[in-house]
Design a protein around this ligand. Structure first.
Ligand code: MG
Length: 244
């Protein structure tokens, strides 16, 4: 039986090798189908043609506060700015795996140093925070500075620009998957480019972003993109998203 098995394997391998060794025409390894769909990438200030624009500077229609109240943040000069105490804002649409682009600006007037220096944040699915903070000229704990996956991953480098300079985030998010029993069967992942510089390289999300305590993994469906009101007048503009 064992001998038969070995002989079978031998012939299968020999056949495979002979087939591959016969591929001498480069055209045999060209793949023409499917044809790749064209997307107009736009220019540096516009969204690609297949993106959903969440904020183009004209209105806040795509956003709401937690209980569906209209936005209390300030809309001015093509940007929206946190108004202290009005609360986080939520995209009306909910998303799973996605590519998210946005620009943010740390204000001159800040509450203080460290975590009070232009603090805001971008939450994927309302739970996983990419920190927004003025980290160009202010120190804080490394896993809480700008570009950190809050209290989970330190950014690879500090690519921050100074206060009042517009900065970009390009975030690629793979959502965690839960089975019907509520057990996480596949973790989530985040990749982040800050001002075009890779600062988070496909890191495995440990669970929810928690100020105190350990990350949690509780079953959830798609969720909103959330921008954080941390009491500082951080501004945002040019926000678009592509579902993956
Ligand atoms: Mg924050």
């Amino acid at each position: 039986m064992k001998l038969q098995f070995c002989i079978t394997i031998f012939f299968v391998l020999s056949f495979s090798l002979s087939v591959f060794s016969q591929i001498k025409d480069p055209k045999m390894t060209e793949v023409w189908e499917p044809v790749v769909r064209k997307v107009d990438p736009g220019n540096i200030n516009t969204a690609p043609s297949d993106a959903t624009v969440l904020f183009d500077g004209k209105n806040l229609d795509a956003w709401q506060h937690f209980r569906g109240e209209p936005i209390g943040w300030k809309l001015e000069d093509g940007a929206m700015t946190v108004v202290k105490g009005k609360g986080n804002i939520y995209s009306k649409r909910k998303f799973g795996d996605c590519q998210l682009h946005l620009e943010f600006r740390i204000p001159n007037e800040v509450e203080g140093e460290g975590q009070d220096n232009g603090n805001s944040g971008v939450f994927l699915q309302e739970k996983y925070e990419v920190q927004v903070l003025g980290s160009h000229d202010s120190e804080t704990y490394s896993n809480g500075q700008c570009g950190a996956i809050y209290k989970q991953y330190i950014p690879l480098v500090n690519a921050s620009r100074p206060k009042m300079a517009w900065q970009t985030y390009d975030i690629i998010f793979k959502a965690p998957v839960f089975n019907e029993d509520g057990i996480r069967v596949s973790p989530g992942y985040l990749t982040v480019l800050h001002n075009g510089v890779l600062i988070q390289n496909h890191v495995q999300i440990q669970g929810t972003s928690e100020y105190i305590g350990m990350p949690k993994n509780i079953k959830h469906e798609k969720g909103a993109i959330v921008l954080q009101d941390h009491g500082n007048p951080v501004s945002y503009r040019n926000i678009w998203i592509r579902e993956l």
